[in-house]
Structures are given as structure tokens and as C-alpha cells.
Design a binder for this molecule. Structure first.
Ligand code: ADP
Ligand code: ASP
Ligand code: MG
Length: 406
């Protein structure tokens, strides 16, 4: 199982290079399933087109639109393969079929029927499958959330019992921080599913979180590789396959968070439910939640969501605020979340202190804090996001630790 992301199929020349790579594998006798993304920039272009026509475009029509990018690349890659004398057959999500629930824009895969692909493989063809898309019980096209081609690849690897899933992208592995932002970032040779889950869940877009969830659940090894140059990449695997673990494996940022604060809510049972219930019913993902008791028996409830959901959330909460007789609801778009991830947190004290000191030294104010067993996250003013990443990367000496390990 191989997956090629947007930049890896970003031009005719790149598609030809991918075809040559696939042809190599075929010559070695592999029967191959290849998942591809849309050409780089294409999904964004389609989203922008829709936004220029409608303020809040229907999610069904959005999926119909943004799934087209992948349909272009499966056909182009199949043509390029045929041109090299390699028989190939393209599949949309509907043709496989990849069944999903009907939550447009962030659908979950419910089942995959492997027969059509297996019969293409049996007849000596390469199966080229459109990433990111599926089909709902109502026969509507759905998409799996941005970066969702990773999930298509892993789910297919599980369904077809592939022994490894190779994710080809524009970096040669998973790094200690986004190498585009932190120059000193280092490639991590091996990382556990658990750490990768936390990294993906807190902003490392190199792997979509659902893909890592699937891989972890079914024990499929993932390897992240560059489609531009040869190398070992990063192996994502179970903890027992990794000998020595660094204390901190990586640092991430999410720059599209927004904060909603409901102020002056009468402090009584059921408040969190009344506020967060409608948000969750609207399929808006809530990330951090903080509740503060203030004076006069009222409380403030603050939570963070994706900034694209802020307008909907504010609309949903306006009547709730009136009903609860709360003071007001305010939204703030200019937020970033910075997270430090590492299994070493289980056994080492003082990681939070190092983190907070490094931010204080740069004069960066922390707004909210949340922790899990192997992660500490803070929200800060978005303006300081890159500064915070670099400061933390050096405070935890990640440029050294990864070098030693790799
Ligand atoms: P693709 O189109 O192949 O799916 P993505 O753009 O989704 O590629 O993911 C690759 C990008 O992820 C890299 O170009 C890099 O800037 C970014 N990235 C963010 N965090 C990390 C990290 N910790 N390690 C590697 N890449 C990262
Ligand atoms: N083309 C989709 C996106 O840009 C899916 C993917 O690339 O994985 O999000
Ligand atoms: Mg991606």
C-alpha cells in the first residue's frame, strides 16, 4: 500500500515520477494499491471557489466539489502508468466502495469492500484509488476531513491486509517540529503510535490523526517517506519495537484555533451541558475547555474550536446565552495552541516548568493550559506561535536528542 500526497502529484512531471516509482515496485513483483491526493493547492482552490459563491455553503455540495481533485489525479496517474506499460485501473471512493457515515466534511469510514480492488490486482493491474472520499448510505459523496487521503490509505491497508502502509510526502519523515518553521528540527527515525497520535492531534499535519488511530488499532506499521529522495523515513510502530525513547519527541502548533467565552453564567448543574450540547450536536469539535468560578455565584466557561466553526458556534450560542441569563458570549480568532509531546513525561517531572519558563523568557503570555499523560498544551496569542515553537525546541534541546537517536 502506497499513498502519495498533494505535492507528490503536484504537476505532470511529478505524476510521471510517481508512476516510475510505482513501476519499480511492480517490477519487483509487488501487487500494488496506490492512493493519491488531489494535486497540491487544488482542494484549497475548490474551497475558495465555493466561498466566493456562498457564505455558508452546504456541506453536501462542498463534498461533491472538493472530492473532484482526487478524481483528476487517479485518472492522470493511471494514464501515466499505462504509458510506461504498466496496466492500471482507477477507482473513486464510490467504485471501491468506501462506505462512510453521512457527516459531510468529516465523515468516518464504516466499511470497505475489497473485492473490486482484489479483482483488479488479480488481473495484474495496479489499483489507483482516490483518497479523501467515500460514499454514504444515501449514496452521497462524502469527504474525510482535510488530509484525509492518509486515512483512506491506512483503512485500505487494513481492509486488504497489507503488511505496511507507506506514506510518500514532501518531507523525508516525521520531524521534532514542522521543518518549515523550525530550521533545527530533526527527523525522528522511529516513533510510537501513541506519540504520533498526540502529534497529529495537536497540529503535525504530516499524518492525519484518523489514519494514525486506524493504524494503531489494527497494528499496521506506517512509514513516512519523501517522494523526492530515497531514505529510511520515519517508522510509526508499537512501543515494544522502539528501544530508546527520548523524553520529548516533538513540538507542534495549531494556528487556526478560536476561543469562545461565555461570561457570567449562573453557577448551577447542567451549565456545561447546555452550552456544549448544541456545539457538539452541530458536529463542531471542541478542543480545550476551562471553567472558572468568578464572584457572585457566576462562572465563565471558555472553550476552543477551529476558527472556521466560530461563526456557527456564535450563532448557536446566542439563544443559549439568553436562555441561561448569562452575561455575554465573546469569540476570539487570534489564538494558537502549542503542544509538547513525549512519553518521557510519564517518568520525568519538571517538563511543564521548563515549558512555562521558556515561554516566560520570551514574554509570551499563556492563556489556557491543558495536559494529558504525554502532552502539555497551552494557548497563546497567534502572533507568537513561531517564536514559541523555536523557543521550546531549543529549551528541550531537540536538535541534539534527535541527532543522537538517528
Ligand atoms: P501531503 O500533501 O503529502 O499529504 P502534507 O502537507 O499534508 O503533505 O504534510 C506534509 C507537511 O507537514 C510538511 O511539508 C511539513 O511542513 C508539515 N509538518 C508539520 N509538522 C511536521 C512534523 N512534525 N514533521 C514533518 N512534517 C511536518
Ligand atoms: N486533498 C485533500 C486535502 O487537501 C486530502 C489530502 O490531501 O489528504 O485535504
Ligand atoms: Mg496530508
Amino acid at each position: 500500500m502506497e499513498k502519495y500526497g498533494g505535492t507528490s502529484v503536484g504537476s505532470v512531471e511529478r505524476i510521471q515520477a510517481v508512476a516510475r516509482n510505482v513501476a519499480e515496485g511492480v517490477k519487483q513483483g509487488d501487487s500494488l494499491v496506490v492512493v493519491v491526493s488531489a494535486m497540491s493547492g487544488e482542494t484549497n482552490r475548490l474551497v475558495d471557489l465555493a466561498k466566493s459563491l456562498a457564505n455558508r455553503p452546504s456541506r453536501r455540495e462542498m463534498d461533491m466539489l472538493i472530492s473532484t481533485g482526487e478524481q483528476v489525479t487517479i485518472a492522470l496517474l493511471s494514464l501515466a502508468l499505462e504509458d510506461l506499460g504498466i496496466p492500471a485501473r482507477s477507482f473513486t471512493g464510490f467504485q471501491v466502495p468506501i462506505q462512510t457515515d453521512s457527516v459531510h466534511g468529516r465523515a468516518r469510514i464504516t466499511s470497505i469492500e475489497g473485492d473490486a480492488i482484489v479483482s483488479a490486482l488479480d488481473s495484474g493491474k495496479v489499483a489507483v484509488v482516490a483518497g479523501f472520499q467515500g460514499v454514504s448510505v444515501d449514496n452521497d459523496i462524502t469527504t474525510l476531513g482535510r488530509g484525509g487521503s492518509d486515512t483512506t490509505a491506512v483503512a485500505l491497508a487494513v481492509a486488504l491486509k497489507a503488511d505496511e502502509c507507506r506514506i510518500f510526502t514532501d518531507v523525508d519523515g516525521v520531524y521534532t517540529a514542522d521543518p518549515r518553521v523550525v530550521e533545527e528540527a530533526r527527523r525522528i527515525p522511529r516513533i510510537t503510535y501513541e506519540e504520533m497520535l498526540e502529534l497529529s492531534g495537536s497540529g503535525a499535519k504530516v499524518m492525519q490523526i484518523r489514519a494514525v488511530e486506524f493504524a494503531s488499532k489494527y497494528g499496521v506499521p506506517l512509514r513516512v517517506l519523501s517522494s523526492f529522495e530515497p531514505g529510511e523515513g520515519t517508522l510509526i510502530t508499537r512501543e515494544e519495537n522502539i528501544m530508546e525513547q527520548p523524553m520529548i519527541s516533538g513540538i507542534t502548533s495549531v494556528d487556526n484555533e478560536a476561543k469562545v467565552t461565555v461570561r457570567g453564567v449562573p453557577d448551577r448543574p447542567g451549565i456545561a451541558y447546555s452550552i456544549l450540547g448544541p456545539i457538539s450536536d452541530a458536529h463542531i469539535n471542541v478542543d480545550m475547555i476551562v471553567q472558572n468560578v468568578s464572584s457572585e455565584e457566576t462562572t465563565d466557561l471558555t472553550f476552543t474550536i477551529n476558527q472556521d466553526d466560530l461563526d456557527s458556534a456564535m450563532d448557536l450560542l446566542a439563544p443559549v446565552v439568553r436562555e441561561l441569563e448569562a452575561e455575554t458570549v465573546v469569540g476570539d480568532r487570534n489564538l494558537a495552541k502549542i503542544s509538547v509531546v513525549g512519553v518521557g513525561m510519564r517518568s520525568h517531572a519538571g517538563i511543564a516548568t521548563t515549558m512555562f519558563r521558556a515561554l516566560a523568557d520570551k514574554g509570551i503570555n499563556i492563556q489556557m493550559i491543558s495536559t494529558s499523560e504525554i502532552k502539555i498544551s497551552v494557548t497563546i496569542d497567534r502572533e507568537y506561535s513561531e517564536l514559541a515553537l523555536r523557543a521550546l525546541h531549543s529549551a528541550f534541546r531537540l536538535e541534539e536528542s534527535a541527532k543522537k537517536g538517528g
